[in-house]
Design a protein around this ligand. Structure first.
Ligand code: DAH
Length: 334
């Protein structure tokens, strides 16, 4: 049975050439030399016909067993070489520094808001919050804003098409009412938040912007407390060369009402003398009545700052729309 001995040799040779193949084309070539039309294994098959009839079953069986073994070896070497082909050709340098992911950072409006809040916290103020979708009572009526007041003009207010005529709050003053309805005096809060007005966007206006509201209610509160507090906070947020000016104004929910003008080196560089930066005043007795506080016992002041205005002054930004465009070339500067 020299054919069986030859088969053993062919099988051993096949396993050796597969193991010796260093890449996939090499393996294909090795496969051809064993299993191809001219291959050594194929040549053995062809010799079957010349065998005596009684020897054929045993030889056939041996050939089948050998073929399974040869194909198994071929497949496992192929799997190895495929993994090798997928690895990078150059050795990896594991000492190279990793690729850094860009770190996000806080939006300039958030930075300014946080600074203002920090300054007020030092003075004992807490942060309060209220809904952006409001009703007329909290945004206007309880703030003593009569129905024919210009601030109620539908030109200024976005109404929501839903029962009860909800609206997008035009100022954070609505939260004064929400807080006083819920809590008894004394009160010391600041309220940062987004507000909405029907305005066309230009360099100084945007239909949505941000305010920070303040409310201080206690016994014997004076305009002097208001000025001292506001001045201390602005110095802390915008620097020591800040000057403030309080001018008489009108708001329905304060009496007296004041507007705060601001100046510093930057304002003068922009060619202006003063910039309006906030409204404020002593809480109107009617507002206290509206929330069930006794105006004979309690007094207080309130203010509303525009956060964008302050951020523009702080960073020398001349177009408010830059805050909302989310251009990273702008944002990464803060
Ligand atoms: N709500 C006013 C505005 O949107 C700002 C303001 C003025 C708030 C006087 C107050 C205040 O709390 O007392 O322009």
């Amino acid at each position: 049975m020299s054919l069986l001995i030859e088969l053993e040799a062919v099988k051993t040779g096949a396993l050796a050439v597969f193991a010796a193949a260093q890449d996939l084309p090499g393996l294909d070539q090795a496969k051809g030399s064993i299993l191809g039309a001219e291959g050594r294994f194929t040549a053995l098959l062809k010799q079957m016909g010349a065998l005596p009839k009684e020897d054929r079953p045993a030889m056939g069986k041996a050939l089948n067993v050998a073929k399974v073994e040869i194909e198994g070896a071929l497949a496992s070497r192929r799997a190895e070489l495929e993994i090798k082909a997928a690895l990078p050709k150059e050795p990896t340098d594991f000492t190279l520094p990793g690729r850094r992911r860009g770190l996000g950072r806080l939006h300039p409006l958030t930075l300014v808001t946080d600074d203002i809040i920090r300054a007020f916290r030092k003075l004992g103020f807490a942060v309060a919050d209220g809904p952006e979708i409001e009703d007329e009572r909290h945004c206007f009526d309880a703030l003593n804003t009569p129905a024919d007041h210009p601030a109620r003009d539908s030109q200024d207010t976005f109404f929501v098409d839903a029962p009860g005529r909800p609206l997008l709050r035009t100022h954070t003053s609505s939260v004064q009412i929400r807080v006083m309805e819920k809590m008894p005096p004394p009160i010391r809060i600041v309220v940062p938040g987004r507000v909405f007005r029907r305005d066309n966007a230009d360099a100084t206006h945007n239909p949505t912007f941000h305010q920070i509201e303040g409310l201080y209610v206690d016994r014997g509160v004076t305009v002097g407390d208001l000025k001292g507090t506001v001045e201390a906070v602005f110095r802390e947020v915008l620097g020591n060369d800040v000057k403030l000016r309080f001018r008489p104004h009108y708001f329905s929910y304060t009496e007296p009402s004041l507007e705060i003008d601001f100046t510093n080196a930057l304002v003068r560089k922009l060619g202006k003398e003063w910039l309006e930066i906030a409204g404020c005043g002593m809480v109107h007795p009617q507002v206290f009545e509206n929330v069930g506080y006794d105006p004979e016992v309690w007094s207080g002041w309130a203010f509303g700052f525009g956060i964008e205005r302050i951020a523009m002054l702080r960073y020398g930004i001349t177009d408010i729309r830059l805050f909302y465009e989310n251009d990273v070339r702008f944002l990464r500067q803060f």
